[in-house]
Write a protein that binds this ligand. Structure first.
Ligand SMILES: C[S@@+](CC[C@H](N)C(=O)[O-])C[C@H]1O[C@@H](n2cnc3c(N)ncnc32)[C@H](O)[C@@H]1O
Length: 496
């Protein structure tokens, strides 16, 4: 059956008109000479979507492409038109499994967890082209591009809605603009769909700061909206490191249960709900018991080694660390170039106050080791002044220990300096390009190791570009945490 046949078979005339409107098809209204018949509307939709897709493909393919590439593109356009149109129509899967829609799907952390629990995905959505490529490559579903294009009145039915809605407006990495930022409002898109479709469960995820931004008003808003559309909310603060996965990544999971289901399974215990939250579901306690050594790849390509200049910088700092006394406290960030710079009073006064504060606090330590630090700085000055961050050391591993070394830890090159972190748990993977260094092996962690830290199986096909993988994994949910939350919910509600 081709795209048009499917479109005609699965939709009434009204539904077709809605799909047409959703794609901005013009000339279908009564005003323009009465509604066209189903056949004509279907043609118009396909024509319009073809144009959309061609436009999108054009942006990615140079004009002077060879004939065979043109053929490929044509095939892709056909496939994409099919996916785009069919994705938006109601189709009965005839299956008894719980079905889910994966909003803001990224590379599919939720998908992975939910299919592990026997559920079936019926629609996915993400605006990022590369995430969509990876998603389709792994799960055979082409995500719809923008959540705003989903017409809640004319979409597939489903039991579960899941979504790790964009966290930049709320995270520490972003600038915490919260709901003033357009992306903050994407939460409302979830509510729009859930309010109309009324699935059994909503599973949402976000950064932990979401509870605090705008003095808690954002969280109050989220809670109220979830309650208003007829769901009971329970939240879980989770991090992989609490479940035997060596990554510290605190996140909030929002579990929303439709009121009728909640009431069927729980006693009416009002005290529990006084703040609009419940605490009925108990988390499963399964623990993976993994250490970093269980996750590292063997025989790693030398392209992941630290580049020579950075290696020299870390060696230089290591030389100094080794000369500090055991028990020495190194905080806050050492600004070594500032210590040796002869600022005039005027220049000094113009420095940011945090900088002046650090410089004052650095003085006692640097003075104490004056005899060591002066010749050390003279030897490495050229290197340490090459880039501003080379001269800043953020030592976050506690006091100096016996046989201490910078290479005993995880290292991240951040705008704020060279951050050295404890080695038990990997620092949170983030979407920005700050690939962490595993000091022990003097190399960056590999894309596959990132995927393992996020509990994706080794069968998961990663994007071919490493930088893209680092970003995607930094954005993803931890699959095992997600699995734990959903499995615990299912257990409480007698689903599996
Ligand atoms: C925090 S990530 C979610 C990652 C996902 N949970 C995973 O496991 O990979 C948020 C996602 O929302 C997507 N996004 C942002 N705006 C969107 C929109 N208007 N419609 C659909 N997706 C959008 C981003 O591209 C990003 O992949």
């Amino acid at each position: 059956m081709d795209t048009k046949d499917k479109l005609l078979k699965n939709n009434s005339k009204t539904q077709l008109i809605n799909i047409g409107r959703q794609h901005g098809v013009t000339g279908m209204s009564k005003k323009n000479g009465g509604y066209k018949n189903k056949n004509e509307i279907a043609d118009l939709i396909i024509q319009q979507v073809k144009q959309e897709v061609k436009q999108e493909v054009k942006q990615h393919v140079k004009k002077e492409v060879k004939q065979e590439v043109k053929q490929e593109v044509k095939k892709e356009v056909k496939q994409e038109v099919n996916n785009k149109v069919i994705n938006n129509v109601n189709h009965n899967t005839g299956d008894t499994k719980l079905t889910f829609i994966d909003l803001f799907c990224g590379v599919g952390g939720f998908h992975q967890a939910l299919t592990d629990l026997g559920c079936k995905c019926v629609l996915a959505c993400d605006i990022d082209k590369k995430c969509c490529e990876v998603y389709e490559n792994n799960y055979g579903i082409k995500p719809i591009k923008d959540i705003k294009h989903i017409d809640e009145k004319n979409m597939v039915d489903f039991d579960i809605l899941c979504g790790g809605f964009p966290c930049q407006p709320f995270s520490n990495g972003g600038n915490k603009k919260s709901f003033d930022d357009n992306r903050g409002l994407l939460f409302d898109e979830i509510m729009r769909i859930a309010k109309h479709k009324k699935p059994k469960f909503l599973f949402l995820e976000n950064v932990k700061h979401i509870l605090k931004v705008s003095d808690g008003k954002v969280f109050e808003y989220i809670k109220k909206r979830i309650n208003d559309i007829g769901y009971k909310l329970q939240i879980f603060k989770m991090s992989p490191h609490n479940y035997g996965i060596p990554q510290q990544r605190e996140r909030i999971f929002f579990v929303c249960v439709r009121n009728d289901i909640y009431e069927k399974f729980n006693d009416n215990d009002d005290a529990d709900d006084a703040d609009g939250l419940t605490s009925k579901i108990k988390l499963c306690v399964e623990n993976k018991n993994l250490t970093m050594e269980d996750l590292v790849e063997k025989n790693v390509d030398s392209k992941y080694n630290i580049e020579p200049t950075l290696k020299n910088v870390l060696d230089a700092w290591d030389e100094l660390i080794k000369q500090f006394d055991v028990g020495e406290k190194i905080s806050p960030t050492i600004l070594i170039n500032d210590y040796f710079k002869n600022y005039t009073d005027e220049e000094y006064n113009q420095l940011a106050s945090w900088r002046k504060d650090y410089m004052t606090k650095n003085k006692p330590l640097l003075k104490k080791y004056d005899k060591i630090i002066k010749p050390w700085y003279k030897k490495h000055k050229e290197l340490l002044t090459k880039r501003e961050i080379y001269g800043k050391l953020e030592w976050q591993t506690g006091v100096i220990k016996k046989n201490d070394s910078i290479y005993n830890y995880f290292i991240q090159m951040r705008q704020s300096g060279i951050r050295v972190k404890k080695n038990k748990y990997f620092p949170t993977l983030v979407a920005m390009v700050q690939t962490p260094i595993y000091g022990k092996y003097k190399r960056y962690i590999t894309p596959r190791e990132c995927a393992r830290l996020q509990s994706f199986p080794d069968t998961f096909k990663l994007h071919e570009n490493d930088r893209v993988v680092y970003k995607q994994m930094g954005n993803s949910v931890n699959v095992f945490n997600t699995y734990t939350v959903i499995k615990s919910t299912f257990k409480h509600y007698d689903i599996c």
